[in-house]
Design a protein around this ligand. Structure first.
Ligand SMILES: Nc1ncnc2c1ncn2[C@@H]1O[C@H](COP(=O)(O)OP(=O)(O)OP(=O)(O)O)[C@@H](O)[C@H]1O
Length: 368
């Protein structure tokens, strides 16, 4: 287990009762403002001393209030990346990066400087001062500095929140590389569903100081009611796919999933590349018959596994499409008119698909 957290804490009017475990390479703490994400990150990092509970990171007990264990912040090997880079303005990038090492005992210095510089693509920035870097470059340097201290765990508290969409898109591939190729597990605070769908392997959903759900990203994201307050429009299923072939004459790429093939506008990834495919619940319609005479390219057959009643006129219909789990958001009225119920065969018609490369290289998805 990478992370085992059990925290009971009261600060002012706010009370936190958070219990979760994660063995994910990138665990996202997700929830609306004030739900307790930063307090949990602070507790793991040793910045917040909580009333009772236990925190174990990679088998090492950092806090156990019953046993009177509290490893002080400077003795924890936890890396921190904040919303704003917090680089030292008077040091250049190389000096900022090396600063992280000074506090790590010599025998624990395992991470190679060149490897981190290469992984984060910051080799050309080494002699520059932070004031001359873009927001995205600053964050990459801040991540590098944290990693060069050889942490057991990297905490990232909304590291991309101050960046615009273009800068975020620039930095996501580096976080994906850290997740897929790096040695250090990551805890990422986020309140963007699109971001956690792209990056997380495990998700902990928080609401008013309580954990409302936790587990693998593939299981959590398809329960759209968990995202009702924060990102309903983005919620949906995450499935693994592989690039099967390119149909150049039509400008299309064909993807293979367990559920069947999907045709999408041409992608530049080579055949065999593993991709994360996000199918938003609002982008899926259901049909009892296989549709004919219709322009939609992507129709997947499946069985209804359950119907989850959400607030208002909508319901979430969970589907099992040959082992891929999809979710469609339809109206209660459609459920009644079509007679939708568990066990019924249906066809999922997919209106639009979002892609996230599993890694920069051709990494095989783990779930296929
Ligand atoms: N030192 C403190 N004393 C009293 N209340 C506090 C203190 N620090 C935080 N709080 C309260 O604890 C609650 C949780 O705060 P926290 O920063 O953990 O939430 P969050 O989920 O990270 O929010 P955001 O997304 O806005 O950063 C909030 O209601 C906040 O006002």
């Amino acid at each position: 287990m990478i992370l085992d957290v059990d925290i009971g804490h009261v600060q002012g009017a706010f009370s936190l009762r958070a219990r979760f475990q994660s063995d994910g390479k990138l665990t996202a703490l997700f929830g609306p403002s004030g739900s307790g994400k930063t307090t949990i990150v602070g507790a793991i990092g040793g910045l917040v001393r909580f009333n009772h509970g236990r925190i174990v990171v990679q088998g090492q007990v950092l806090v156990d209030t019953k046993a009177n264990v509290f490893v002080p912040k400077h003795k924890r090997r936890i890396g921190y990346v904040f919303q704003e880079g917090r680089l030292f303005p008077h040091l250049n990038v190389r000096q900022n990066l090396l600063f992280g090492r000074w506090f790590t005992p010599r025998h624990d210095r395992k991470t190679s400087f060149d490897h981190i510089v290469d992984l984060l693509g910051i080799g050309h920035l080494l002699e520059r001062r932070p004031s001359t870097l873009s927001g995205g470059e600053k964050q990459r340097v801040a991540i590098g500095r944290a990693l060069l201290a050889d942490p057991q765990l990297l905490l990232m508290d909304e590291p991309l929140a101050s960046l615009d969409e273009a800068r975020k898109a620039e930095i996501y591939p580096y976080i994906e590389r850290l997740r897929d190729e790096g040695e250090v597990p990551i805890v990422l605070v986020s309140h963007s569903v699109a971001e956690i769908a792209r990056l997380a392997t495990s998700i902990v959903v928080l609401s008013e100081g309580q954990v409302t759900a936790s587990g693998p990203a593939f299981d959590i994201l398809r329960h759209t009611h968990l995202f009702a307050q924060t990102g309903l429009a983005e919620a949906g299923a995450l499935i693994d796919a592989q690039v099967l072939r390119h149909e150049d004459s039509f400008g299309l790429t064909v993807l293979q999933t367990k559920a069947g093939t999907l045709r999408v506008p041409h992608l530049t990834y080579p055949t065999g590349t593993g991709l994360r495919v996000r199918l938003r619940a609002r982008d899926i319609m259901l049909s009892l018959q296989k549709p004919i005479g219709m322009s939609a390219l992507n129709v997947l057959p499946g069985l209804i596994s359950s119907i989850e009643y959400a607030e208002g006129p909508s319901v979430d219909v969970q589907l099992d499409c040959s082992g891929d789990h999809l979710v469609a958001r339809v109206t209660r009225k459609s459920v009644e008119e079509l007679g939708l119920k568990p066990g019924l065969p249906v066809h999922a018609i997919i209106k639009s698909i979002a892609f996230d490369p599993e890694a920069l290289g051709a990494v095989k998805p783990q779930h296929m």
